[in-house]
Design a protein around this ligand. Structure first.
Ligand SMILES: CCCCC/C=C\CCC/C=C/CC(=O)SCCNC(=O)CCNC(=O)[C@H](O)C(C)(C)COP(=O)(O)OP(=O)(O)OC[C@H]1O[C@@H](n2cnc3c(N)ncnc32)[C@H](O)[C@@H]1OP(=O)(O)O
Length: 316
């Protein structure tokens, strides 16, 4: 049963957005696209559909640091205030949707900054998962961990072939927070979620579709955005308040759980990242990522040479 407090709060929130004058919305419409500080998040509003394409833009891999999360959080506020008709979340990278949390925020952290960082991540999750406007993700690249989380917060996911998606935290020797788990439980069947979480499994696009972790596969980014638009358009015939309240009621327990325990969640996070074993795992992971990145030209050269040998063998 929904508590009357909850209904009242959300109804007020939704009525509030509906009653907002079109003045602020026009500002966005007029300019058609808005960029946040440092252009870490780009927003383009389609004049015809009213849908906003929100692009994560922190090269090379859209790892979520404090600045990117703060920018995303204020974009979500703007969309809410402007009574957005729908949001499509995507990435400016051609191969990565988001690499998840920036490991540098977690490894040997500055405690003041990491408090802001985690609080900002909580803000983004609450605002995205509980948004009154409909959301879809055009996953145009890999989406590990926090990248998968943001995609799962959306109501619909379209992904490009041959990439990977999943909550891989256990592979890094860390535990996904309960609200990460709750988001996965809301997306795929319970038993599959338990297996995926404990194994820290990353799914290839085809397998993600079979599992229901994504809803469709697209040929390219434009196609993915088009498919997201088709999904969002389905809501145009549904009364806005009924749709928003239904979504928020569905997700209410997960959201309230974090809303009511934000400080405890922060303390748990502090405890986890202060654990020397967690720091050691993170240190090794940072070193592995750096090594992998440096080895790339060598691996590509080996691949290239292998290709030449293969074609020579075929000719002979
Ligand atoms: C119950 C108690 C509560 C517990 C709380 C405890 C802990 C809290 C945290 C829990 C939650 C964590 C969620 C996360 O999101 S953790 C992050 C997990 N992310 C990953 O594992 C992804 C790692 N990255 C990759 O797999 C690949 O980079 C890729 C995304 C597949 C892209 O591959 P590719 O295109 O080949 O790019 P490179 O690998 O060469 O990377 C380029 C560049 O970017 C750096 N980098 C990559 N990922 C990250 C990252 N997540 N953070 C920071 N930096 C990253 C990489 O090091 C390269 O940099 P250099 O070129 O400078 O070496």
């Amino acid at each position: 049963m929904l508590s009357s407090k909850f209904i009242h709060a959300f109804t007020r929130q939704i009525y509030h957005t509906n009653l907002i004058t079109s003045a602020t919305f026009n500002v966005i419409k007029k300019h058609n696209s808005t960029h946040t500080k440092n252009d870490l998040v780009l927003v383009d509003v389609n004049d015809k559909t009213g849908f906003s394409i929100v692009t994560l833009n922190r090269p090379p891999v859209n790892s979520l640091n404090l600045e990117l999360l703060s920018a995303f959080s204020s974009v979500l506020d703007d969309l809410h205030k402007n009574n957005s008709r729908g949001m499509i979340l995507t990435s400016s990278s051609s191969t990565v949707f988001s690499a998840g949390l920036d490991i540098n925020e977690l490894y040997k952290p500055d405690m003041d900054r990491v408090r802001k960082f985690w609080t900002s991540l909580q803000d983004c999750w609450i605002k995205l998962y509980g948004s009154s406007f409909p959301t879809a993700a055009a996953i145009n690249g890999h989406a590990p961990a926090g990248g998968c989380l943001f995609a799962m917060c959306c109501e619909y996911r379209v992904m490009l072939p041959k990439y990977t998606i999943g909550l891989n935290e256990t592979q890094l020797g860390i535990v996904a927070p309960t609200w990460f788990m709750a988001t996965m439980k809301n997306t795929i069947p319970l038993r599959q979620a338990e297996l995926a979480l404990t194994l820290g499994k990353m799914f290839k696009t085809d397998d993600a579709l079979k599992l229901g972790l994504i809803d469709e596969i697209a040929e390219n980014k434009e196609d993915a955005i088009h498919k997201c638009e088709i999904f969002l358009k389905k809501y145009q015939k549904i009364p806005q308040t009924a749709r928003a309240l239904t979504k928020q009621s569905y997700r209410k327990n997960d959201i309230m759980e974090l809303e009511n325990n934000r400080e405890a969640d922060l303390q748990l996070f502090f405890l986890a990242i202060s654990d020397p074993r967690v720091q050691s795992s993170l240190g090794k992971y940072v070193a592995f990522l750096k090594l992998k990145s440096r080895m790339k030209p060598i691996l590509e050269a080996v691949k290239f040479l292998k290709g030449i040998f293969k074609s020579k063998k075929k000719k002979n």
